[in-house]
Design a protein. Structure first.
Length: 421
């Protein structure tokens, strides 16, 4: 069975297990991808596993939890850990994390980019249970009080397509702060497509950083480079997924390998002069989940329609959400409510009292502002000069990464007046 047939079989099996998802178009025919099938997913705080998006390039490994091992290297006491050891010899924690694919909203780019044509469907919030990375590295002799701007380089155990091993590097300080080697999602064992038997979870950061099927944790002085795995000449490469993919840049550019960056804040990299930014923490973003635009809505007996949705801002907190019911002509503050965890989205609600005598169409928009006073831009556009980013524009980029414009995510709703009885 070739890779295309394997991918189709994987997708069909995932859709059977996840009735709340749908297949997503992949122009490059490389990825196994399913996304949330309805906006209703984004009217609730916790995303059921059955509605959680999936994205990966390589085949799902045929993993045996009893035989799976995680290597820990680059520390004083290198170790090889079994799943039993991870579960029983270390603390257990649960973290809420809004996982967003770095390519979410890629399908809104004009001109169209290649690869997976996500709309708003590649984001979800789940509770992940597992072992703190900090506890593992400390037990292996790392001085966790002195991260010294080093990195944690994480290797996936999935069989690499085209020889490109899935390897990602994240700042060691982030790994020690809140990252988890997760083996459960929403209280259930990880399904194969979510990284069974163990994956990294990086709260508040784009999903590309949360490596599935973890094979190795390696403490390094820099992000992964060609020299990181020079001890073995096996014909495989280790830098593509860190430095070639998931970088923000204009068309026809091949980003260079960088050993480090001054900040992991994606937006700060974009506006602060980092050449071809890395997609680390998530940009501020929001989505209306109800009404979903799939059916006509009618005000209640008091003439009200409740608009509900979710907003998130990566490592930062959401400070404000505004809602427009007239396609952006006017804006109103929504209420933030519900669970409030670092790295996870907030629920928002706005009570709308439409004034209408006949059925009408309304365009609903939402825009969020984070605690650093950064607000979602209105649109995605090609920049005349790369690096000069206007306040109301998210830059079109060749990979279609990290977009957070609010206007493309508007929802058109049919509103019917309440009939007297």
């Amino acid at each position: 069975m070739d890779r295309s047939e394997t991918r189709m079989a994987e997708t069909e099996a995932i859709l059977d297990r996840k009735p709340g998802t749908r297949a997503v178009r992949d122009e490059d025919d490389r990825y196994t991808v399913v996304g949330a099938a309805s906006r209703r997913t984004f009217a609730d705080w916790l995303t059921p596993v059955e509605e959680h998006f999936v994205c990966h390039r390589n085949d799902i490994p045929d993993a045996d939890a009893d035989a799976w091992r995680v290597q820990v290297t680059g520390v004083d006491d290198d170790a090889t850990l079994s799943m039993e050891a991870l579960r029983t010899e270390y603390p257990t924690v649960a973290v809420a994390h809004t996982m967003e694919c770095a390519g979410n909203d890629r399908g809104q780019h004009d001109p169209e980019t290649g690869s997976v044509q996500w709309e708003w469907d590649a984001v979800a919030t789940a509770v992940w249970t597992g072992t703190p990375v900090r506890a593992v590295l400390r037990d292996c002799g790392l001085d966790v009080t002195d991260d010294a701007d080093r990195w944690l380089t994480v290797v996936g155990g999935d069989p690499p397509a085209d020889g490109d091993v899935y390897v990602k590097s994240i700042p060691l300080a982030k790994a020690l702060d809140d990252c988890v080697l997760a083996y459960e999602i929403n209280g259930r064992p990880l399904p194969p497509e979510h990284g069974f038997p163990v994956r990294l979870v990086v709260p508040g950061w784009y999903g590309t950083n949360s490596v599935k099927w973890v094979d190795e944790l390696r403490v390094t002085d820099t992000m992964v480079t060609d020299a990181t795995f020079a001890d073995g000449d096996d014909g495989r490469t280790y830098t593509y997924w860190q430095h070639g993919a998931y970088r923000i840049h204009p068309a026809n550019v091949e980003p260079e390998v960088q050993e480090t960056v001054p900040t992991a804040d994606t937006w700060d990299q974009l506006v602060g002069g980092v050449e071809h930014p890395y997609t680390f923490d998530e940009n501020v973003m929001s989505l209306v989940g109800h009404p979903d635009g799939e059916s006509t809505v009618t005000p209640d007996e008091n003439g009200r329609i409740e608009i509900r949705g979710v907003a998130w801002a990566g490592d930062d907190r959401v400070a404000r959400v505004e809602v427009s019911t007239d396609d952006g002509d006017s804006w109103h503050d929504a209420d933030l409510y519900g669970p409030d965890y670092d790295g996870a989205w907030r629920l928002f609600a706005y009570t709308w009292r439409p004034d209408l005598d006949a059925e009408a169409t309304a365009t609903l928009l939402s825009r969020a502002t984070d605690e650093r006073d950064r607000t979602q831009p209105a649109r995605i556009a090609v920049l005349d000069e790369w690096g000069d980013v206007p306040d109301d524009v998210y830059p079109w980029n060749e990979g279609g990464y990290a977009a957070n414009a609010y206007r493309p995510n508007g929802v058109e709703v049919q509103v019917s007046p309440r009939r007297s009885e």
